[in-house]
Design a protein around this ligand. Structure first.
Ligand code: FAD
Length: 364
């Protein structure tokens, strides 16, 4: 059999999902190379910090919409078939206030919060909350069943699946993307390098994508478990502050969020913001704590900050050639890297196949 030597650069959810799909073909010999691997917590590594849940935000008719739509069946199947992957189904409540429409968080969630979104036909149990049951200030609300992913379990599960299929994982740091082609575990030059370096695509030689920028997300992880997931279109505390609650599968704790602070690179938790996050979450979901308690009723596991890898013009999934090395880019997934992970990886894999076909033709 003729083998394809493939390097996946990056071990966040984008790199691991792409490697997982590619590893299902025994003709692919895959090396996953990364500065950070599952188990690490670092401001340069977005994936461990995510909630993570499936709350679609792609505009109807866009590629983003397709990626999110195509991801739901895969997440559903993993949730049902592989409980050890650390994903569970969870009831979800979304609250929309029209006054948030022009804020950063309101714009980010504009598809999620509208009463007739495309994803009503994708997720189970979608229904609008009757208007006479809405809390004061809420203009519309919907409920549906979604998933919540325990990233501390799911990312290692993906690693395990790849290794089971023969992929090799190595730590490596590259200044230039073309150098990654020389680090395939067989010693042969890679036929293609898949660039899944997230926000670092801004500074990685051979890519230097100045459209990349961060949207800082601050969270508090607590042991309290309030039940359903909740998200709102915005808050009264600031245009780039958010409000969401999600309990991870398999004892992963509950994530209280958050913020959506564009162009803010600060990796240190801001304790004033943390207090606002905790207070807002209790206000909207009093069952988070015992009756009569405030934030002292929260049992905090940790405070955290992650940088969502946003890209002006949207996610980049395309073929490229750098210094003679074939590249497939798959980066710039903002706040939707999990909920679009399979859709994006399917697109990346189809581009990898095109590159490999061209390689075979060139040899004939
Ligand atoms: P990353 O996870 O950042 O991985 C990049 C990889 O590339 C790392 O392994 C890194 O070491 C490697 N790398 C980079 N440069 C180099 C180099 N030069 N050499 C070697 N290796 C390199 N998404 C959802 O879908 N649902 C959610 O609920 C959700 N909630 C979120 C909450 C927060 C607070 C945050 C911060 C994000 C959230 N997201 C959510 C977004 C999601 O986390 C990101 O979109 C996703 O993690 C991006 O993954 P990635 O693999 O592209 O990048």
């Amino acid at each position: 059999m003729a083998y394809n030597n493939i390097v996946v650069l990056g071990a966040g959810v984008s790199g691991l999902t792409t490697a997982y799909l590619l590893s299902q073909d025994p003709a692919n010999k895959i090396t996953v190379l990364a500065k950070h691997m599952p188990g690490d917590y670092d401001i340069e590594y977005a994936s461990p910090w995510a909630g993570a849940n499936y709350m679609p935000v792609g505009k109807e008719g866009s590629a983003h919409h397709k990626w999110e739509r195509d991801t739901w069946p895969a997440l559903k199947e993993i949730t049902e078939k592989y409980p050890e992957a650390g994903i569970h189904f969870r009831g979800t409540l979304i609250y929309n206030r029209k006054k948030d429409q022009e804020t950063d968080t309101g714009k980010w969630f504009s598809e999620l919060t509208q009463p007739n979104p495309w994803y009503k036909d994708v997720v189970p149990d979608f229904k609008n909350v009757p208007s006479d049951q809405l809390a004061p200030g809420v203009d519309n609300a919907q409920e549906f069943t979604s998933v919540c992913i325990n990233t501390a379990v799911y990312l290692p599960w993906l690693v395990g699946q790849c290794i089971k299929n023969g992929a090799v994982f190595n730590r490596a740091v590259f200044k230039h993307i073309a150098d990654a082609a020389n680090a395939h575990h067989t010693g042969h030059k890679a036929d293609v390098v898949i660039n899944c370096t997230g926000l670092s695509s801004k500074t990685l030689g051979g890519v230097l994508d100045d459209k990349m920028y961060p949207a800082r997300g601050q969270i508090v992880v607590v042991r309290n478990d309030p039940g359903p997931m909740i998200s709102t279109s915005g808050t009264d505390d600031g245009e780039d502050e958010a409000l969401y609650i999600m309990t991870r599968a398999a004892g992963g704790g509950t994530i209280l969020g958050g913020s959506y602070q564009k162009h803010n690179w600060n990796g240190i938790p801001d304790m004033n913001l943390a207090n606002r996050i905790m207070k807002r979450c209790i206000d909207i979901c009093p069952s988070l704590v015992k009756k009569g308690q405030g934030i002292e009723g929260l049992d905090i596991i940790r405070h955290g900050v992650g940088l969502r890898p946003l890209r002006e013009g949207g996610t980049r999934i395309e073929k490229d050639k750098v210094d003679g090395v074939a590249i497939v880019h798959n980066y710039g997934h903002g706040g939707f890297g999990y909920q679009a992970s399979f859709g994006c990886a399917y697109t990346a894999v189809s581009l990898v196949k095109e590159v490999l076909q061209n390689k075979s033709r060139a040899k004939l």
